[in-house]
Design a protein around this ligand. Structure first.
Ligand code: SF4
Length: 170
C-alpha cells in the first residue's frame, strides 16, 4: 500500500499508542475498496473514528457502574421504584455517587439461598461492574424478615472482587 507524503503527516498526528492499529485499519479498509494509495483524507476519516472510540473508552473508564441485587420473594410485590428513586436523586445509600454513575444491573437473588447471585455477578463483571448494592428489602425487618442468607451472599460478591454496599433506599 502506497502512502502519500501528506497522508503520513496526518498519520503522525494520531496518538502513538493507537497509530499502528489505525494504520492497519486504514490499509485494510482501503484494500477492501480496491484502493492502493492512502490519501490524507483517508487518514482524517480514520482519525475521527479512532478519536470517537478513545473518547468512549475514556468516558467508560470514568463511569462508576453499579448493580442492585434484591430479594426474589419481595420482587413479587415490589417493582423496585424506591431503589431507582433513591438512585436517581442520589439519596440514602446512593448519596456519594456523582453524575458519572450508572445502574447497569437490577436483579433478584434467584431465591434462597441466593442461588443466582454467583452467576449474575460473573455476567456483570464482563460489563465492568464496580459495586453491588444489597437492596434494603434484604436487610430490613418489617413486612418481611431480614434475609437469613445475607452474609453468604455478601461474601460471594466480595470474593469476586466487587465492592458491596448494604442498602439502597432505607
Ligand atoms: S436468599 Fe434472601 S434475598 Fe434471596 S429470596 Fe431468600 S430471603 Fe430473599
Amino acid at each position: 500500500m502506497e502512502w502519500e507524503p501528506d497522508a503520513e503527516k496526518e498519520l503522525d498526528k494520531i496518538p502513538e499508542h493507537v497509530r499502528k492499529m489505525a494504520k492497519m485499519g486504514i490499509e485494510m479498509s482501503l484494500e477492501k475498496k480496491g484502493k492502493n494509495v492512502v490519501t490524507p483524507e483517508d487518514v482524517k476519516e480514520a482519525a475521527s473514528h479512532f478519536g470517537a472510540l478513545m473518547e468512549t473508552d475514556e468516558k467508560d473508564k470514568k463511569t462508576t457502574k453499579i448493580a442492585v441485587v434484591r430479594c426474589d420473594i419481595v420482587s413479587e410485590t415490589c417493582p423496585g421504584v424506591a431503589c431507582f428513586k433513591a438512585f436517581n436523586k442520589r439519596k440514602m445509600h446512593f448519596g456519594e455517587y456523582g453524575p458519572d454513575t450508572e445502574i447497569i444491573g437490577f436483579f433478584t437473588c434467584g431465591g434462597c439461598p441466593g442461588r443466582r447471585v454467583f452467576r449474575l455477578v460473573d455476567s456483570l463483571l464482563k460489563h465492568g461492574v464496580d459495586v453491588v448494592h444489597l437492596s434494603s428489602c434484604m436487610l430490613m425487618e418489617g413486612g418481611y424478615p431480614k434475609c437469613p442468607h445475607i452474609d453468604g451472599i455478601k461474601q460471594m460478591i466480595l470474593k469476586k472482587g466487587v465492592k458491596v454496599v448494604e442498602g439502597t433506599h432505607h
